[in-house]
Ligand binder design. Structure first.
Ligand code: 13P
Ligand code: SF4
Length: 350
């Protein structure tokens, strides 16, 4: 269990973290990136943390890689790089700082460590897991290989290092269709997200895609009826669903894509109103850059992603906790699967 008392006592000894309207006003430029979604009193609460984290990052030569599902004060206030799972993995290969603070979930921190093993990789809360990563082990991969002999295993990056090491290649939601299409085999095993696999099977009908029965607890909650109701509620809205949603949900949507695909779509299309059927911080994070777009619900939070807070990021940098390690032998094998994905994505122009 995360020790909040220890963290708060240690932080109180070293930093003045009381709400500070004067400091908040001095940091108006940073606030301007999120003032559509964060109120001035809330910014006065966040500002001392943002200032302390940015100072500590410089002192310790650290870089913060943040996923698109982080809250706006993290995404706009302290992140050096933001992106989807593929973009963050690519950035991890390039990081030159001594320390990578991964603001996302545990498998993302493991991926950074696998790709850049000489760096210290920290995760602000080691309990930030993922229902997909928890749904399968290396034994599950062996089970699928026994069931479909000779078929390649494409594992979502939302997996542990052991599962990556047991797979042939990784994928993310932004490159999954292209990777499955480009493989020479007719039958392709996709793990662990059954819905991503089913969506890819629809997109790449020439392949026999078989899957593991894992799911994302955020996206599996949406139903096609929800989407029809959203349309009734906001008939003008553009409905955009992440491919971790069930295929019946994706079929009702106007567009489906990874988190970066969603950002690109809304930025290019600038619809009057948009509904992002995904984790709810996404809409908040892009709201300021798209003042002409009205973001109308829904809001479904990922309880794992939301374990990462400004307070825990400050603690992580201050105390060097929690460092992520991957067994070097496992890391070497997992690296092959992740690097194959990055190389193939590059060749396919993704
Ligand atoms: P992407 O950012 O790659 O679309 O992944 C979404 C997700 O659920 C990450 O946990
Ligand atoms: Fe995992 Fe879903 Fe949360 Fe992403 S949104 S970390 S896939 S549980």
């Amino acid at each position: 269990m995360f020790d909040f008392v220890k963290m708060r006592e240690a932080l109180a000894d070293h930093y003045d973290l009381a709400p500070n309207p004067k400091l908040a006003a001095e940091m108006a430029e940073t606030y301007a990136r999120m003032d559509r979604v964060i109120s001035p009193p809330d910014w006065a609460i966040h500002a001392p943390y943002v200032a302390a984290i940015n100072r500590l990052k410089k002192e310790k030569n650290a870089v913060i890689l943040a996923h698109n599902y982080m809250t706006p004060e993290i995404y706009h206030g302290v992140a050096d790089v933001v992106g989807d799972s593929l973009q963050l993995a690519i950035e991890a290969t390039k990081a030159e700082a001594d320390i990578i603070v991964q603001c996302g979930v545990h498998f993302m921190a493991e991926t950074s460590k696998i790709l850049n093993p000489s760096k210290t990789v920290l995760i602000p809360d080691v309990e930030a897991g993922c229902s997909l990563a928890e749904s399968i082990t290396a034994a599950g991969i062996a089970e699928m290989r026994a069931k479909y002999p000779g078929a390649p295993v494409v594992s979502y990056v939302n997996t542990t290092a052991e599962v990556k090491a047991a797979s042939d290649i990784c994928c993310t939601s932004s490159n999954a269709a292209a990777i499955v299409r480009a493989l020479p085999d007719e039958t392709v095993i996709m793990t662990p997200d059954q819905y991503l696999a089913q969506n890819i099977a629809n997109e790449v009908p020439e392949k026999n895609v078989v899957w593991w029965a894992g799911s994302c607890i955020v996206h599996e909650q949406y139903t096609p009826e929800d989407i029809r109701e959203y349309r009734k509620w906001h008939p003008e809205t553009r409905i955009i669903a992440h491919p971790e949603c069930p295929p019946e949900v994706v079929a009702e949507a106007d567009f489906s894509g990874s988190t970066s695909g969603i950002i690109k779509y809304v930025t290019a299309e600038k619809p009057k109103s948009a509904m992002l059927v995904t984790e709810c911080s996404m809409a908040s994070n892009i709201a300021d850059e798209l003042p002409e777009v009205e973001f109308a619900g829904p809001c479904n939070m990922c309880p794992y992603m939301k374990k990462i807070t400004l307070e825990k990021i400050l603690w992580s940098l201050h105390a060097g906790e929690t460092e992520v390690f991957v067994d070097p032998e496992v890391a070497d094998k997992a690296r092959l699967a992740v690097e194959r994905m990055i190389d193939m994505s590059r060749k396919l122009g993704i």
